[in-house]
Design a protein around this ligand. Structure first.
Ligand SMILES: [Zn+2]
Length: 297
C-alpha cells in the first residue's frame, strides 16, 4: 500500500493449523511474494490476532494462532531485513477506519471485527486505546452469558461474545440448525457431506433462505447484547462492524440495532450509529500498512 492508501498487491494464505515456526514461515513467504511483485517496499506492518505488547512489538497471547510470547517485531525484522511494526489486527482496523473510513472525523468509536473470533478496536478521544500493556480492547471476550458455552480457542472464559456472533459461531449455529432441520437447504448441505460455514449461511440468507436468516438474526441479537454494554460504557458516536461475517449486513445489524434500541441507556443509544466498516474485512490490512508507513517515514 502506498501513502495514498492505494493497495498495489494482495496475497492470500489460509491458516489451517500449523505450529509456531510454520506459522511464521507462512507470514514470511507471503511478504516475500509481495516484495517480488513490488520491489520498492520500504517497511512492513503486521496486524495479528493477538494481544500485542505495543511498545516492545511482542505478541503475548493469541486465542487462535500459536503466537504466545513471540518477539514478533524483532524476529520478523531480522527475517525480512526491513523495518517492521506490529499491532493487534483490530486495533489497526480501527486506525484505518479513523484515517480514511467510517470513523473519519469521529472522536469516539467502537469496532467489532467478526471473523474466526471477534476482534475489538477502541477509538477514545481521537486516540486508539490499547490499555496499559497494549493488550486491551479485547471486545470479543466481554461476557454476554455467564452460563454460556466455553469460549472457542484458548480463552478461559465462558459465554464470551465471540462464542455467539463470530463467523465461526455462525457456522456452528448453522450446523446445529441443519441437524434439527434435515429438509432445509442447510440440512441438505450437511447431508451431502459439505461443511456448513458462516460464509455459506450468509450466502443462503442473502438468497432469502428463512432458516439461514433466523441463524443470522439470532447472532445479530447476541451482537446487540454486546453492543449495549459497549455503548453504555463508552458512549461512542459509532459502532463499526467489520470482518468477514459482516457480509451479512443488515440481516445481522438490524436485529442488533433493535436490541440496542430496547436495552441501551438513553441518551447513548440514541446518539450512536451501528454501521459497516468502510474497508470491510481489509481494514486490518490497511491499518497495518499505515503503521508501516509511519516506520518508513
Ligand atoms: Zn473469550
Amino acid at each position: 500500500m502506498d501513502d495514498q492508501m492505494v493497495v498495489h498487491h494482495r496475497v492470500h494464505r489460509t491458516w489451517r493449523g500449523a505450529d509456531r515456526q510454520e506459522t511464521l514461515d507462512i507470514f514470511t513467504e507471503a511478504v516475500e511474494e509481495v516484495r517480488a511483485a513490488s520491489p520498492d517496499v520500504e517497511a512492513i506492518g503486521f496486524g495479528i490476532p493477538a494481544l500485542v505488547e505495543w511498545e516492545a512489538g511482542v505478541s503475548r497471547w493469541s486465542n487462535h494462532l500459536p503466537l504466545d510470547g513471540v518477539p514478533f517485531r524483532d524476529l520478523m525484522s531480522e527475517r525480512l531485513g526491513l523495518p517492521v511494526r506490529v499491532d493487534n489486527d483490530s486495533n489497526l482496523a480501527m486506525l484505518a477506519e479513523q484515517r480514511a473510513g467510517a470513523a473519519r472525523g469521529i472522536g469516539d468509536a467502537v469496532l467489532l471485527a467478526l471473523g474466526t473470533g471477534i476482534g475489538g478496536g477502541l477509538l477514545l478521544g481521537g486516540q486508539i486505546y490499547r490499555g496499559s500493556e497494549g493488550a486491551g480492547a479485547e471486545l470479543g471476550h466481554i461476557v454476554v452469558n455467564p452460563d454460556g458455552p466455553d469460549c472457542p480457542g484458548d480463552c478461559p472464559g465462558r459465554g464470551c461474545l465471540e462464542a455467539y456472533a463470530s463467523g465461526n459461531a455462525l457456522g456452528r449455529a448453522g450446523t446445529e440448525a441443519a441437524r434439527s432441520n434435515p429438509d432445509s437447504a442447510l440440512g441438505r448441505v450437511l447431508a451431502a457431506g459439505r461443511e456448513v460455514t458462516g460464509g455459506l449461511v450468509t450466502e443462503l440468507a442473502h438468497d432469502g433462505d428463512p432458516l439461514c436468516r433466523e441463524v443470522i438474526a439470532e447472532a445479530g441479537r447476541w451482537l446487540g447484547i454486546g453492543i449495549v454494554s459497549l455503548v453504555n460504557i463508552f458512549n461512542p458516536e459509532l459502532v463499526i462492524i467489520g470482518g468477514g461475517a459482516s457480509a451479512a449486513g443488515d440481516l445481522m445489524l438490524d436485529p442488533a440495532r433493535e436490541v440496542l434500541a430496547e436495552r441501551g441507556l438513553p441518551p447513548n443509544r440514541e446518539m450512536v450509529k451501528v454501521v459497516l466498516a468502510h474497508f470491510g474485512s481489509e481494514a486490518g490490512m490497511m491499518g497495518a500498512a499505515l503503521l508501516a508507513l509511519e516506520a518508513a517515514a
